[in-house]
Design a protein around this ligand. Structure first.
Ligand code: SF4
Length: 358
């Protein structure tokens, strides 16, 4: 392998900005390559070399890796979780080696997310920083994730009501660009405060009783807009306030603390955890229904067992709270037109219900 290491990792929403920033600081003498933006070709590549039955986030990740390797990456990072996500790294590495690529593969599972292991891994791959230096940039990244999620939650709830078309999107791009250049906590706080003010200064025309829709479901398809056919953007076009609680902040920081409470909060609807994000989908759906949301959209990859388990429970919530739920199951063959048509029908139905109830 060449001396210069070129690190890369799969896309998930805009978190690539945070990961790139962190790796750039930790591996100052090496290159960081953000994989090319996801396109249909990414999914085609990933699907071509994936087992047929595997869930679609695996295919997107594999497509990202292939495109990154083709662009010169030679060190890939992948993490893993409690469901099939736990097998992603091992299988993807094998597939890529069988395809003839040469690279190092770093697997970061939950058990590796402690200062000592992270530092040892960083040292092996060429960091010049001390353990405190590495810890500093890991902590900076965690704070950056929080700020990014806070700003994007505000965007989600307001972009559908912007007075100047494109104003939120333009500012969002500028915010992401500024995040890339952050080097320390002070700069991060300045960028965050500055952009939060700028977003709040953007003119919106948002009625008190606007339609409110909550998104629940599997983490990857919720957080990666390409994989859900930009569902949040489509909803915003119809002047809908969109809320989504599954974010990296929730998964990394809030969920571990809340885990026992989430099951209890799901009350009569759940006795046991459903695995992955299934329990959260149930508890969040209940919470959103109680807050008077007009509708829910449940998103999952085809074949995602934890979310399949959640669906009958969501139907009970829908019946008890009289809240409509639209279910989407995405795979590499999903038709974009079909998604849009179902969204439009859902929107029309929500509007009719609203008109009847006022
Ligand atoms: S949560 Fe579902 S889609 Fe995601 S890896 Fe697990 S089984 Fe696959």
């Amino acid at each position: 392998m060449s001396q210069t290491r070129v690190f890369s990792f799969p896309h998930v929403g805009n978190y690539c900005v945070v990961i790139e920033n962190m790796l750039r600081h930790i591996f100052k003498n090496h290159k960081i390559l953000v994989p090319p933006a996801i396109t249909k070709k990414t999914l085609e590549l990933g699907s071509k070399y994936s087992p047929d039955f595997v869930c679609v986030p695996f295919k997107y990740n594999l497509g990202n890796f292939i495109e990154a390797l083709e662009a010169g990456a030679n060190v890939l990072l992948q993490s893993g979780g409690g469901c099939r996500y736990g097998y992603y790294a091992e299988i993807q590495e094998q597939i890529l080696r069988d395809l003839g690529y040469e690279f190092d593969f770093i697997r970061l599972f939950a058990k590796d997310m402690n200062a000592r292991t992270l530092y040892r891994t960083a040292k092996r791959y060429g960091t010049n920083l001390s353990i405190l230096g590495v810890a500093y940039y890991v902590l900076l990244a965690t704070q950056m994730v929080r700020k990014l999620d806070l700003i994007e939650a505000y965007i989600r709830e307001n972009i559908g009501f912007e007075v100047v078309p494109g104003s939120f999107e333009r500012l969002h791009k500028a915010f992401l660009q500024s995040l890339k250049d952050v080097d320390n906590f002070r700069q991060l706080n300045v960028v965050y405060r500055d952009y939060l003010r700028k977003f709040k200064d953007l003119k919106v025309d948002k009625p008190q009783d606007c339609l409110k829709v909550g998104l629940v479901g599997e983490l990857y398809t919720l957080m990666e807009p390409f994989s859900n056919y930009f569902i949040e953007r489509e909803l915003a076009k119809n002047r809908i306030q969109v809320s989504r609680y599954i974010t990296a902040t929730f998964l990394l920081f809030d969920k571990p603390k809340l885990r026992p409470k989430i099951l209890a909060a799901a009350g009569k609807y759940l006795k046991y955890h459903l695995g992955a994000d299934g329990t959260d989908s149930v508890e969040r759906s209940m919470a959103l229904a109680e807050r008077g949301y007009d509708g829910l959209i449940h998103i999952k990859p085809f074949g995602c067992i934890p979310e399949i388990n959640a669906m009958p429970v969501l139907q009970n919530i829908s019946r008890d709270y009289k809240i409509p739920i639209l279910y989407f199951s995405f795979d590499s063959q999903t038709s974009e037109l079909g998604v849009k048509t179902r969204l439009e029908a859902f929107y029309d139905m929500l509007m009719m219900r609203k008109e009847v109830s006022t």
